[in-house]
Design a protein around this ligand. Structure first.
Ligand SMILES: [Zn+2]
Length: 205
């Protein structure tokens, strides 16, 4: 008999991707074989599990949430001077080669009426760095996240990075760095603001 009229369709609710620990390790073991290795030799026996753990950490940004990071650490201020957090170290993975790229992020903003706890900025950087990334997109995502968190008059983000996919795969370009920037609000409109930020970001120490 046809039950469909009586039974309500069970809609499968998509759960946020919860990591199924151990699901990646067998794939890494297989990859080791494909590379011509013997995954049963002593040094490699625990490698699949270790590599899975490392990969999950390096991509843990997918499971971070901006609201939870900011967690109310917004403070009302009269200050309208530029706030800059310099030299934030980051480590990310290029989405084209699954190889690391790393470097420094400089974040600045011009507050409207709120500032954010300074320790939150590096956490926002990590949220986007710990994913498979493009440097350009990461730069933009950090700027947009800061903008949406504190609604400032402007945001500037400058990222200086070195890419292993460039450094390891060819002889040339070993010391070349890649610089990207993203300017929002007054940082985009006002050259003096932008120049002030770039000068502060690039000043060493
Ligand atoms: Zn790459």
């Amino acid at each position: 008999m046809d039950m469909s009229k009586n039974v309500k369709a069970v809609v499968k609710v998509m759960q946020p991707a919860t990591p199924a620990e151990g699901a990646i390790a067998p794939l890494i073991k297989e990859m080791l074989c494909e590379l011509g290795e013997d995954p049963t030799r002593e040094g490699l026996v625990r490698t699949p599990l270790r590599a899975e753990k490392a990969l999950r950490f390096l991509t843990s940004g997918y499971h971070m949430d901006l609201k939870r990071i900011v967690n109310g650490a917004l403070f009302t201020v009269k200050c309208d001077e530029m706030v800059i957090v310099k030299d934030i170290e980051f480590f990310s993975m290029c989405e084209h080669h699954l190889l690391p790229f790393f470097g420094k992020v400089h974040v600045a903003y011009l507050p409207k009426d709120k500032v954010i706890g300074l320790s939150k900025i590096p956490r926002i950087v990590n949220m986007f760095a710990r994913r498979l990334q493009l440097q350009e997109r990461m730069t933009q995502q950090i700027a947009e996240a800061v903008e949406s968190a504190i609604a400032p008059r402007g945001v500037g983000v400058l990222v200086e990075a070195q890419h292993f996919c460039m450094m390891m795969r060819g002889v040339e370009k070993q010391h070349s760095g890649t610089v990207t920037s993203n300017m929002l609000g007054l940082f985009r409109k006002n050259k003096a603001t932008r120049d002030e930020f770039l000068a502060l970001a690039r000043r060493s120490g």
